[in-house]
Every structure is written in structure tokens, then in C-alpha cells.
Ligand binder design. Structure first.
Ligand SMILES: Nc1ncnc2c1ncn2[C@@H]1O[C@H](COP(=O)(O)OP(=O)(O)OP(=O)(O)O)[C@@H](O)[C@H]1O
Ligand SMILES: [Mg+2]
Length: 306
């Protein structure tokens, strides 16, 4: 497995003395989709901005594809595409020429066929000759993505790409990102839509107060921290849980109408089949059952609270 982005001991103290990043270490693998999650002000944009050369680090080093972002910045930057959090675009330029121009800025020869492919994939082809000021907010965001892809980057940063974007476009963007990954592009995204990370990411990093508190494969994270619950709705309310069921550590609702069994999503011992059989044996009749599983959102909230 090759490392595409390597961040070590990265700190940022802004003028005025505020510490936005505290000795961050992070390795991103080539071709993965990495979701960086964290509350407002956690330092996500600061981290991305340093990697992209928009903000200077206070300490530490960053390498992109093996190139140091300070001593070898030209090589490093040519590998990177950035879709910034803030909508910033030219007003009077046309869509097509803005995207072509951005490609030129990275020293790539003109390639109208490639630009057309990018614009089509973002449903912007019909708007190619329109002035940017006439685009809607969601279209402007798509334009920012087109610009970030204009020079065929190997690492793409998406800083809140789907803020203010409708459901359909969000789906389109996810497909686009998956397509990029198939082409071997490394994608690092920040998002406040946790279901997006749950759906898209291979790995998840959580940052709060300028510190990365966790980096984990998404599947592992959801296995490790995810809990499943089975709720059994009873025919008759009960006052106490029968002794025979003590091993399940069941929780009784206040009205006694339901019992909840919390079990590990990974290990299912004792199994829910055992529980249902033991309920029958104990003479506790039930009319319905349902299960719930903690989402990445539940996991995230509990992590950040800690
Ligand atoms: N230019 C600056 N000067 C001083 N402080 C700054 C500057 N830019 C950001 N900060 C501070 O650094 C902290 C991290 O900001 P950053 O934009 O990296 O957060 P974020 O994780 O991207 O948050 P959000 O989810 O709201 O986008 C914040 O407290 C912010 O106020
Ligand atoms: Mg941000």
C-alpha cells in the first residue's frame, strides 16, 4: 500500500495566537476515499489549506506523492485538486473558459475533449457558454469541482462539497467520486452529512480542537463502536425482568411494555434467537420485535462528546 499524502507533526498557530492544529500525524493511502469529520472550527479547512499551499504551517512537514509541499511545491501542487468550502468564482467568465484557464494555470496543455468530459459528468455542459454569475448556487459548486478536476489531479480535496446541494446532485457527486477512485485518484473529503461519510468513505478520521482523535477503517469503526439493539414489545406489561433472563441485562421501559437487549454488532452471544426462546420459556409473551443499529452519526457524536 503506497502513501499518497503524508502529514507529520503538523501544527498551526494563527496570528493572534490561536492554535488550530496540534501536532497532527496522518497518512492517506493512494486511491482511498478518506472522510475527515469534525465539528465547526475543528481545523479541517486549516489542514486542507496547508496541504494545498494556501496557509503556511507553523511546524511539521507534508508530502504529496513524495513531494514536500514547501521545498518541492510545484510538483506537489500539480498533483492536487481542491474544491474549497467557500464559493469563490469569477463572475463574468464563461464556464468553459474558466475551467480551461484553471487547467492552464497548472501548466497542462489545453484539452477541450477532457474539459468536455468533466463538464458533462457534472451536468454543466449545457451551461458551458454561460457567464458564471448566471449560475445557481449548486451549479457554482459543480463548477468548482470542474475546476478542481481540470488538471487531472491525483489527489482531490473536497471541503464540504455537498453543503447546499440538492439530493440529486449529491448522488451525482458521489458517483463522480467513486469513478475517480476507480481511476486511482485519492479523495479526501470533509462533510457534516455523516451519512455521506458512511456511504462513501473507506476510512474515517475524526478531528476536534485541532487534534486527530481517531483514524479507522469505516467498517472496523462501525463494528467496533456500533451497537445493535433488539426491542421486544410485550403482550402484557411486566414489573420486573424474570431472574431467568438476567444474563441478557435487559432494559425495561418505564411502562413495562417493552424490553431492550443491547448486543455487539460483531459478536452475537448470546444470540437473539436464544433470547426469544428464553422469553417464551419464562412465559413472557411478545407481539412484536424490532432491531436498530447505531449509525456512524451516533458513533461520531459520542466520540466528540468524550
Ligand atoms: N485566518 C485565521 N486567523 C485566525 N484564526 C483562524 C483563521 N482561520 C481559521 N481560524 C480558526 O481556526 C479554527 C479552525 O478553523 P477551520 O476553518 O480549520 O475549521 P473547520 O474544521 O474547517 O470548521 P468548519 O466545519 O466550520 O468548516 C477556528 O477556530 C477558526 O476560527
Ligand atoms: Mg471548514
Amino acid at each position: 500500500m503506497t502513501t499518497m499524502l503524508s502529514v507529520s507533526n503538523l501544527s498551526k498557530v494563527y496570528e493572534g495566537g490561536f492554535t488550530a492544529l496540534k501536532a497532527v500525524d496522518l497518512d492517506i493511502r493512494r486511491g482511498e476515499i478518506f472522510a475527515l469529520l469534525g465539528p465547526n472550527g475543528a481545523g479541517k479547512t486549516t489542514l486542507i489549506s496547508i496541504v494545498c499551499g494556501l496557509v503556511n504551517a507553523s511546524t511539521g512537514t507534508v508530502k504529496v506523492g513524495g513531494h514536500d509541499i514547501v521545498t518541492d511545491y510545484r510538483a506537489a501542487r500539480s498533483l492536487i485538486g481542491l474544491v474549497p468550502q467557500e464559493l469563490t468564482t469569477e463572475a463574468f467568465e464563461s464556464v468553459f473558459s474558466a475551467v480551461s484557464f484553471t487547467r492552464g494555470l497548472f501548466g497542462k496543455p489545453a484539452d477541450p475533449a477532457y474539459i468536455e468530459k468533466v463538464l458533462r459528468s457534472l451536468s454543466l455542459w449545457d451551461k458551458r457558454n454561460h457567464k458564471i454569475m448566471t449560475l445557481s448556487g449548486g451549479m457554482k459548486r459543480r463548477l468548482l469541482i470542474a475546476k478542481a478536476l481540470s488538471h487531472e489531479p491525483r489527489v482531490l480535496f473536497l471541503d464540504e462539497p455537498t453543503a447546499g446541494v440538492d439530493v440529486e446532485l449529491r448522488r451525482d457527486m458521489w458517483n463522480l467520486v467513486r469513478g475517480l477512485r476507480e481511476d486511482g485518484v485519492t479523495v479526501i473529503l470533509t462533510t457534516h452529512y455523516i451519512e455521506e461519510a458512511e456511504e462513501m468513505a473507506d476510512r474515517i478520521g475524526v478531528i476536534t480542537h485541532g487534534e486527530i482523535i481517531l483514524v479507522e477503517d469505516k467498517a472496523t469503526l462501525m463494528h467496533k463502536l456500533g451497537k445493535k439493539q433488539l426491542t421486544v414489545h410485550l403482550h402484557e406489561p411486566i414489573d420486573t425482568v424474570p431472574e431467568a433472563l438476567a444474563a441478557y441485562a435487559l432494559e425495561r421501559t418505564d411502562d413495562g411494555h417493552a424490553l431492550t437487549y443491547t448486543y455487539d454488532a460483531e459478536r452475537e452471544h448470546p444470540g437473539i434467537a436464544d433470547l426469544l426462546a428464553d422469553l417464551n420459556a419464562a412465559g413472557v409473551g411478545f407481539k412484536d420485535v424490532n432491531t436498530t443499529q447505531s449509525s456512524l452519526e451516533d458513533i461520531f457524536v459520542s466520540l466528540v462528546k468524550q
